[in-house]
Design a protein around this ligand. Sequence first.
Ligand SMILES: *[C@@H]1O[C@H](CO)[C@@H](O)[C@H](O)[C@H]1NC(C)=O
Ligand SMILES: *[C@@H]1O[C@H](CO)[C@@H](O)[C@H](O)[C@H]1NC(C)=O
Ligand SMILES: *[C@@H]1O[C@H](CO)[C@@H](O)[C@H](O)[C@H]1NC(C)=O
Ligand SMILES: *[C@@H]1O[C@H](CO)[C@@H](O)[C@H](O)[C@H]1NC(C)=O
Ligand SMILES: *[C@@H]1O[C@H](CO)[C@@H](O)[C@H](O)[C@H]1NC(C)=O
Ligand SMILES: *[C@@H]1O[C@H](CO)[C@@H](O)[C@H](O)[C@H]1NC(C)=O
Ligand SMILES: *[C@@H]1O[C@H](CO)[C@@H](O)[C@H](O)[C@H]1NC(C)=O
Ligand SMILES: *[C@@H]1O[C@H](CO)[C@@H](O)[C@H](O)[C@H]1NC(C)=O
Ligand SMILES: *[C@@H]1O[C@H](CO)[C@@H](O)[C@H](O)[C@H]1NC(C)=O
Length: 320
Amino acid sequence: MKELVNFFIGVIVTCVIAASFAEVPTGRFSNGRSMGDFIAQALALNFAPPYLQPNATFYKGVNFASGGSGLLNTTNPGLAITFNVQLEQYKNVSTLLEKELGALAAFELISRSLFLISVGLNDITFGNFTNPTTQKQYNATQYINLMLEAYKSGIKTLYASGTRKIVLFGEGVDGCEPIIRIQNNSQCVDFLNELALEFEAGLKQLVDEFHVIIPGLHLVLAYQYNIEHDMITNPQSFGLKNATAGCCGAGILNAQYQCGTKVPANVTGVHQTLCKHPSEYLYWDYIHNTEYVDKVKFQNYWDGNTSFVYPFNLRTLALL
Ligand SMILES: *[C@@H]1O[C@H](CO)[C@@H](O)[C@H](O)[C@H]1NC(C)=O
Ligand SMILES: *[C@@H]1O[C@H](CO)[C@@H](O)[C@H](O)[C@H]1NC(C)=O
Ligand SMILES: *[C@@H]1O[C@H](CO)[C@@H](O)[C@H](O)[C@H]1NC(C)=O
Ligand SMILES: *[C@@H]1O[C@H](CO)[C@@H](O)[C@H](O)[C@H]1NC(C)=O
Ligand SMILES: *[C@@H]1O[C@H](CO)[C@@H](O)[C@H](O)[C@H]1NC(C)=O
Ligand SMILES: *[C@@H]1O[C@H](CO)[C@@H](O)[C@H](O)[C@H]1NC(C)=O
Ligand SMILES: *[C@@H]1O[C@H](CO)[C@@H](O)[C@H](O)[C@H]1NC(C)=O
Ligand SMILES: *[C@@H]1O[C@H](CO)[C@@H](O)[C@H](O)[C@H]1NC(C)=O
Ligand SMILES: *[C@@H]1O[C@H](CO)[C@@H](O)[C@H](O)[C@H]1NC(C)=O
């Protein structure tokens, strides 16, 4: 798989079926459950089926996640399903629901559903702005603004379809990911961290703006930067032992070759490795968090205060 990170809009609706986690690969970049799974479980729902799963039904959820997806069409073109296309896929699902349930019931279902959006990492770390030609066209602020404009436009599209509850995930410490660290002698790339912080701050502003222009839309921002930064600077306080390398992968910081991919035969002395205790690691692979870290974040988003989730937590959002 060429893709790099998960993106997810979950339409999550009422239902009560418990599920034990699969013992087969699930397509997630994780050693177990990821954020959407923890949220589904908190709502006593099954894990949402992928949009592209043949014959799936979407009354109780749908997952549009695509590794490498970005807000901008120019991010990982051809490698991932971008935000705009995900919105088109969602439109197909809402049309299907209208056909099957009738317009009124479909609207009712959608307005009660929780939508999860986590996007931006790929635009920052692998997008057009890393291209020197583009850097001459835009400065950082203008590039972040392009991302935020695409985000706003998507939220308006969702609102028009009946969406009333959306969780926006903020940006992590992108410049400290193993795949980025290996570009700087295992140190973080500060410039990418500044972009990540600027984007997360832009999302906070976006939440405040929409609160004024569309009061009936409930947007909640789940901050990622500070909690990840705390994990990197003080891993022991979270029970972590390694906050720099991937648990799974090959080469320096297990980040020269993605977890599970073949190391070319002419590259000697580099092997795929898997750590013994994934829950002691911040990163599962060269980009993504371990299940344990997503669980810690989830607990802070579900029940935590405004240091983690703004303007209120996910438990409150779910009950609205
Ligand atoms: C999907 O449904 C069609 C028609 O009922 C059937 O022929 C096909 O085998 C199903 N595919 C899967 C993967 O279940
Ligand atoms: C991005 O692609 C979508 C189609 O997926 C298109 O509707 C949209 O206009 C494009 N945006 C830009 C800025 O080119
Ligand atoms: C939406 O559904 C139509 C009709 O089935 C299909 O042709 C189109 O490719 C779908 N759009 C997306 C983005 O999957
Ligand atoms: C941005 O990325 C697209 C797609 O990769 C590419 O075609 C375009 O030339 C890039 N723009 C600049 C200014 O580098
Ligand atoms: C980015 O460019 C805009 C428009 O030219 C300008 O107003 C702004 O000050 C620039 N920001 C930075 C940080 O250079
Ligand atoms: C690489 O790491 C060093 C040490 O932390 C830092 O001073 C430098 O700014 C980093 N380089 C980039 C491009 O961020
Ligand atoms: C984390 O793991 C990597 C790769 O195994 C290793 O190089 C690094 O020293 C470890 N860091 C700590 C703090 O143990
Ligand atoms: C290994 O072979 C590939 C082509 O198959 C080549 O591009 C690469 O540079 C080689 N790497 C080394 C370390 O020799
Ligand atoms: C949120 O809770 C944490 C402890 O979990 C505490 O350190 C922090 O000060 C609280 N923040 C606010 C804004 O109340």
